[in-house]
Design a protein around this ligand. Structure first.
Ligand SMILES: [Zn+2]
Length: 260
């Protein structure tokens, strides 16, 4: 085949144009892709900024109110049935059917993590053992299980012996029985892990141990449903109390009453 010079030039020109067009379209695609990536990045940044702005806005708007709410909630927690006399000061209160309780900030009440006697109905005594008996020697330090306030320190010869009841920010109360010495006073604020007493063998006790109860509005909850004593932790950050559930004492007690 023979081409005239001008035709050759023309063909070369077309070839060059198409090459350059291809190169150009390639770069357009590149550019589009880069642009899309850039937009996507910007979107992520914008989303992040939006979230931060929204959080700041919410803080500005609700911050004080949240603080006031928690203060007034605490005021409620530490006022209802607050006394240094009754083990269960909630006898006239209406107990919610369910309540999610934050147990994430906890301390183990005693260094030993051995449960010698579990929570539950005792056929031989015709009553419910409303706590868990934890291994403890006389003089072992007993710690506040959660942050809160000392509601009572008392002595009961035929029962708990020397005992402490704490009420906590999360709404629970904890009972520590058969103690030998108090390290706190009534109405004192304590943090989770604050030493509150020394263990002992006082009251109706057959040997040194800590009788430990967890209660919500007077209803004793099996402490082993909240605490994992073997591992020195809690099972979950939140415990869901069910008034009619199987974890608490009132049911078992009424069931046992029903049988008699
Ligand atoms: Zn006990």
């Amino acid at each position: 085949m023979k081409f005239s010079n001008s035709l050759k030039l023309g063909l070369i020109g077309i070839a060059l144009i198409s090459v350059s067009f291809a190169a150009n379209s390639q770069s357009i695609n590149d550019y589009r892709q880069k642009h899309r990536n850039l937009l996507a990045k910007q979107n992520r940044v914008q989303d992040k900024i939006k979230v931060q702005e929204a959080q700041k806005y919410a803080r500005d708007l609700y911050g004080d109110r949240e603080i006031n709410n928690s203060a007034s909630n605490n005021a409620d927690i530490y006022s209802e049935g607050w006394n240094s006399d009754k083990v269960n000061p909630y006898s006239n209160a209406s107990i919610p059917s369910t309540k999610v309780i934050d147990v994430s900030k906890y301390a183990m009440p005693v260094k030993h993590r051995v449960v010698n006697s579990h929570f539950g109905y005792r056929k031989q005594f015709g009553r419910v053992h409303k706590g868990a008996d934890l291994k403890a020697n006389v003089g072992d330090t007993i710690y506040a299980a959660f942050t809160g306030k000392v509601r009572l320190t008392k002595f009961e010869r035929n029962g708990y012996g020397f005992y402490v009841i704490l009420r906590h920010d999360n709404g629970l109360e904890t009972v520590y029985g058969h103690l030998s010495k108090f390290l706190v006073k009534e109405n004192q604020y304590v943090k989770a892990g604050t030493p509150i007493a020394l263990s002992g063998n006082t009251g109706r006790s057959t040997g040194p141990h800590l009788h430990f109860e967890t209660r919500f509005m007077g209803v004793a909850i099996n402490p082993e449903k909240i605490f994992d004593f073997d591992n020195g932790t809690v099972h979950r950050d939140h415990y869901t109390f069910n008034r009619n559930g199987s974890d608490n004492a009132d049911n078992r007690q009424s069931a046992s009453r029903g049988r008699r």
